[in-house]
Design a protein around this ligand. Structure first.
Ligand SMILES: Nc1ncnc2c1ncn2[C@@H]1O[C@H](COP(=O)(O)OP(=O)(O)OP(=O)(O)O)[C@@H](O)[C@H]1O
Ligand SMILES: [Mg+2]
Length: 352
């Protein structure tokens, strides 16, 4: 059976029109991701794809604590958005057979907020603090003592009449997650018994993530189809799952049952996610750099004007991935297109 895909497909599919703020290839979680992410999250360490080192080390930590019959060491998970920190935190609680309490740095602005959470923990409970680098200073200091001695001092009253009441806590396991490990103060970092740094996934690993998700969503996709989607997912499972949903929509609208590489590519091209996972903004940055400035070097603000975007958008939204992929370089004299950028845009790189 040959499938015909129209070249200029103008059907309206969900998520097609996205502003610069809401990109298909953004690794940050978006409202539409939340429900589906919960459904696609692996629940056991064995189902968690990739991150082999972190997985092995974590498995050891959990195994040892089970043998000792004590709650596991505190765990810090760091790494870029969408790589599985929240997922691992949930797996830790699941594997320990412990209840999980979830809160986050921004939600804990006063030490009292933290005291309320800590004092209501049950023995062995896992406390997940997301974005732990955004906790307030006083709360952070209270956390030091809680992590080390399972005890906090609660200050009652103000000024000269203030007294502190020591409060014993049940033993618990803190799982902290951060996208900015560098922002964590040393004393806090040192109190974690285990730190796992999550890395971007390679294409093979993302294929496995996609295979698993496709199984749960009941989608039929060929090996090459998975490869095509994985290659466009920027090393990030969250993006892979999001692209998979867009491909699913496309296949549904076009009555395609068996999604092969060509179908996946046609669908994602239509959503303007190219073979390396660049979207319209990324490509227009590269195209301006090459066509308007001969590949640079050109100053960031000039480049931004040429693209018609804010300087900050170019710097924080497009640039990190272009640099990571070796398509663009930053030099003291400005931004430059690297040879692979020319190749990616089907152009001949200049001699020099
Ligand atoms: N190793 C993995 N195997 C399978 N699925 C994964 C894996 N890592 C992440 N995912 C999927 O990617 C999605 C995002 O993962 P998660 O929410 O854990 O990321 P995160 O690191 O907590 O991101 P953020 O920094 O935005 O909080 C989840 O739906 C999860 O199913
Ligand atoms: Mg998270």
């Amino acid at each position: 059976m040959t499938q015909q895909f129209p070249e200029n497909d103008t059907q309206n599919l969900p998520g097609q029109q996205r502003s610069g703020q809401e990109r298909l290839v953004d690794a940050e979680v978006e409202p539409e991701d939340k429900a589906i992410e919960a459904a696609l999250r692996p629940k056991a360490l064995d189902d968690f794809v990739g991150q082999k080192r972190v997985r092995q080390q974590l498995s050891l930590v959990l195994e040892a604590s089970k043998l000792r019959g004590k709650s596991a060491d505190h765990v810090l998970l760091s790494g870029p958005p969408g790589l599985g920190k929240t997922t691992l935190a949930m797996i830790i609680a699941e594997e320990m057979g412990s209840p999980l309490r979830i809160s986050s740095g921004p939600a804990i602005q006063h030490s009292g907020d933290l005291a309320a959470i800590l004092s209501s923990l049950t023995p062995g409970e896992v406390l997940f603090l997301d974005e732990i680098h955004r906790m307030s200073r006083p709360a952070e200091e209270m956390l030091y003592m809680a992590m080390e001695d399972f005890r906090v001092d609660i200050v009652v009253g103000k000024g000269a009449g203030a007294t502190s009441i020591p409060l014993e806590l049940p033993s618990f396991t803190l799982v902290g997650a951060t996208t900015r490990a560098g922002l964590l103060p040393g004393p806090l970092r040192d109190r974690f018994g285990f730190t796992g740094h999550l890395e971007f996934y390679d294409v093979d690993e993302l294929e496995l993530v996609l295979r698993r998700s496709a199984g749960l969503l009941d989608l039929k996709i060929t090996t090459e189809g998975f490869h095509e989607i994985a290659s466009r997912s920027r090393g990030t499972p969250r993006i892979a799952n999001r692209l998979l949903r867009r491909v699913r929509d496309w296949a549904l609208v076009h009555s395609v049952d068996d999604i092969d590489a060509r179908a996946a590519a046609t669908a994602l091209d239509m959503y303007e996610v190219d073979s390396k996972g660049l979207d319209r903004l990324d490509r227009s940055v590269l195209e301006s750099l090459i066509h308007k400035f001969g590949g640079g070097p050109v100053g960031l603000s000039t480049l931004a004007i040429a693209v018609g975007e804010e300087t900050e958008t170019v710097e924080t939204v497009a640039e990190p991935y272009l640099v990571r992929e070796g398509l663009m370089g930053r030099t003291p004299r400005g931004r430059v297109a690297l040879p692979s950028a020319w190749v990616h845009l089907d152009l001949e790189p200049p001699e020099s």
